[in-house]
Design a protein around this ligand. Structure first.
Ligand SMILES: C[S@@+](CC[C@H](N)C(=O)[O-])C[C@H]1O[C@@H](n2cnc3c(N)ncnc32)[C@H](O)[C@@H]1O
Length: 239
């Protein structure tokens, strides 16, 4: 089910209608960031919504770690959804928008939004929907204004990107996050991007493991390139 075009913004139309999906389809299943998304899983969870699921990288990783979970994936791009359906047959997958999730309030124990939030033109509306359908936990990631790619693009050392993208530093988050309903924690990471460093994803993941995880969190939250944001609904026991 795809909501009417008239109600969608330009960024969403980009992801729905262009061949961006082809470029993202070449990103390997396991990259350094996937481990941060898996940290959002708790033993008590029984269901997970992955939105946008892309070609199903995170769904696949969750299916491997937690074969007991009910998995649902959703993306505004039909080609992405077809790939996710093929890659993770046991997940229910559908075409829909993050701004109009076709689910009841608190329908999923965990709602994950991996490496996608920065592509949303209406971040507050997206957060409202993600938290609305989350019973226990919400997870999303953002890129910060400290991306090496941004600097390299400014210096003309990396091609210009036409992909709609908004960046968030730690200080931008409090105004976005509904504090009365959820308790939020933020993990910063040194994730400069394999493209910027011209490394293979495998080598980059090794480097991230070696260097990135040794840097203290107070530095990474402030100066890291990616922030992983975890929300836990108030009044729900942690387990
Ligand atoms: C960078 S990819 C990440 C996909 C996946 N989470 C992953 O890690 O592989 C961003 C995805 O967001 C989807 N997307 C962008 N805007 C969307 C929207 N408004 N609603 C639903 N999906 C959207 C795109 O189609 C694309 O598949």
């Amino acid at each position: 089910m795809t909501p009417p075009t008239s109600r969608r913004d330009r960024a969403e139309a980009f992801f729905r209608n262009t061949d961006y999906w082809q470029a993202w389809s070449t990103v390997p299943d396991v990259t350094a960031d996937i481990a941060y998304a898996l940290r959002a899983l708790r033993p008590a969870h029984r269901s997970v919504l992955d939105v946008p699921c892309g070609r199903g990288r995170l769904l696949k990783a969750i299916a491997l770690h937690r074969p007991d979970l009910r998995l649902v994936g959703l993306d505004v791009n039909r080609d992405m959804v077809l790939q996710a359906r093929e890659g993770v047959p046991r997940a229910l997958t559908l075409v829909a928008s993050v701004y109009e999730l076709p689910f009841a309030n608190r329908a999923f124990d965990l709602v994950a939004c991996h490496q996608s939030f920065m592509h949303f033109e209406q971040p507050a509306a997206a957060i409202r929907e993600l938290t609305r359908v989350a019973r226990h936990d919400v997870y999303f990631s953002v890129t910060t204004r400290r991306q090496l790619n941004t600097l390299l693009r400014r210096l003309g050392l990396l091609g210009v990107s036409n992909v709609p993208h908004w960046m968030y530093n730690t200080e931008d988050l409090p105004s976005l996050l509904p504090g009365h309903e959820f308790v939020w924690t933020v993990t910063g990471a040194f994730l400069l991007g394999p493209k910027a460093l011209r490394l293979s994803h495998a080598r980059y993941a090794g480097l991230h493991h070696l260097v990135g995880r040794r840097v203290p969190q107070w530095l990474l939250r402030r100066f890291g390139q990616t922030l992983f944001v975890y929300g836990h609904r108030r009044g729900i026991e942690w387990s």
